[in-house]
Design a binder for this molecule. Structure first.
Ligand code: ADP
Ligand code: VHF
Length: 359
């Protein structure tokens, strides 16, 4: 395999492993497992993030839809996840490979101690030659605690384990420069940096069983690439997709990575939902902080503390129009920060090592 990867995350969307009639596509799963086994045999560590619990549950039980959508999802996922993991376990066993079920919620990524605990669990599985099969724990994830979709979850796992590449398998060949179904549209093969007009040609429609859609997929991919991890979006329903991709012979979309960021910055980057305080900066400070140079956030550039925080909390940093500039760990609490607003020669509120620029 010609791409120089040692550790990868592969994310499989519901559509890839579900037939049009809603039943799990066992032949597809078998074929994917076969490729994963070949990749592992090359000495590459693999973490699999697989959707499909809800779709799999649909094939096992008739739902009356009397209950609300969340309850239906809980019911289907609780039943479907058993079938999904058993299917994987049986096919991996044919290659003498053990796999493990890892079900997570957004809460598991919240504080640093919990985050490191989960990282430790995944690492110990890899050290024992086991392939972790990760999915959201849909049974306990209710609306406000849910990941946008499993692409977000896969991005978090890829960052957490500092992998070389994240491969997202969907039911399209990549991101098209127009509607994928209209002739003339072509796959964008390389995306570098923050391409702001990407959303303009991605229609908001999702595939039959998908949750997030291509817009959230591309936003997540850009963020992960910014942290130093290559992201590939390819068609999981194509035969030999993974092996051809790793041989560098597949037409698909590749997000070129920026310089690799530290583990702590990767964690901060994914912590927006749990950030505690909000600090507003003037335009001068915004320019310096987002210039790419190693600069810390000094009180002289602060114009307002919009919500309180304690020392050690992750805070959101916004500009004069309240747009997010970045996230960082506060070196002191909001009480002290308020006293120092606009003052020169004060200790940095966020040190450069603990600042993530969202721009
Ligand atoms: N410009 C585009 N390029 C590629 N796919 C697009 C584009 N615009 C919309 N899509 C849709 O996004 C879908 C993939 O997203 P999603 O349904 O979330 O898949 P998955 O279940 O694999 O996560 C495709 O099936 C396609 O219909
Ligand atoms: N956790 C859910 C999948 C949610 C999801 O994001 O699906 P998809 O957009 O197909 O990757 C399940 O297993 O059914």
């Amino acid at each position: 395999m010609s791409l120089p990867y040692k550790k990868i995350v592969v994310k499989v969307g519901s559509n890839v492993i579900t037939q049009a009639n809603g039943l799990p596509d066992e032949e597809r799963i078998k074929h994917l497992v076969h490729q994963l086994a070949a990749i592992k045999a090359e000495g590459i560590e693999v973490i699999l993030v697989s959707s499909g619990a809800v779709a799999s549950g649909r094939s096992l039980i008739q739902v009356t839809e009397k209950q609300d959508a969340v309850t239906t999802r809980q019911l289907l996922a609780a039943i479907g996840q058993v079938k999904l993991i058993n299917t994987y376990a049986n096919f991996f066993a044919e290659h003498a490979i053990k796999c493990a079920q890892v079900l997570v919620t957004k809460e598991d990524f919240r504080d640093r101690a919990h985050y490191l605990n989960m990282k430790n669990c995944l690492q110990i599985l890899l050290q024992h030659d086991v392939i972790p099969v990760v999915n959201e724990n849909d049974v306990v994830s209710v609306t406000e605690l849910m990941f946008t979709d499993n692409d977000e979850l896969a991005g978090l796992i890829a960052s957490m384990l500092n992998v070389d590449a994240l491969i997202i398998l969907s039911n399209v060949n990549g991101i098209y420069n127009g509607d994928p179904k209209v002739s003339g549209s072509e796959v964008i093969q390389e995306i570098k940096g923050s391409v702001t007009n990407l959303a303009s040609f991605i229609s908001t429609g999702k595939s039959q069983f998908g949750r997030g859609g291509m817009v959230t997929k591309s936003t997540m991919a850009q963020k992960v690439a910014k942290l130093g991890i290559t992201v590939h979006i390819a068609n999981g329903t194509t035969n030999d997709v993974l092996t051809t991709l790793l041989d560098n012979k597949l037409i698909h979309t590749r997000f070129i990575p920026e310089k690799n960021k530290s583990g702590k910055k990767k964690w901060i980057a994914h912590s927006e939902a749990t950030a505690k305080g909000i600090v507003q900066l003037n335009n001068g400070a915004k320019e310096v902080l987002t210039s790419g140079k190693a600069t810390s956030l000094l009180p002289v550039g602060i114009i307002d503390i919009k919500s309180d925080f304690l020392k050690g909390d992750i805070i959101k940093i916004v500009d004069e129009e309240n747009n997010l500039i970045g996230l960082g760990i506060a070196e002191y609490g909001s009480d002290k920060a308020r006293e120092r607003i606009g003052q020169k020669k004060q200790k940095a509120l966020v040190h450069y090592d603990y600042f993530y620029s969202a721009i």
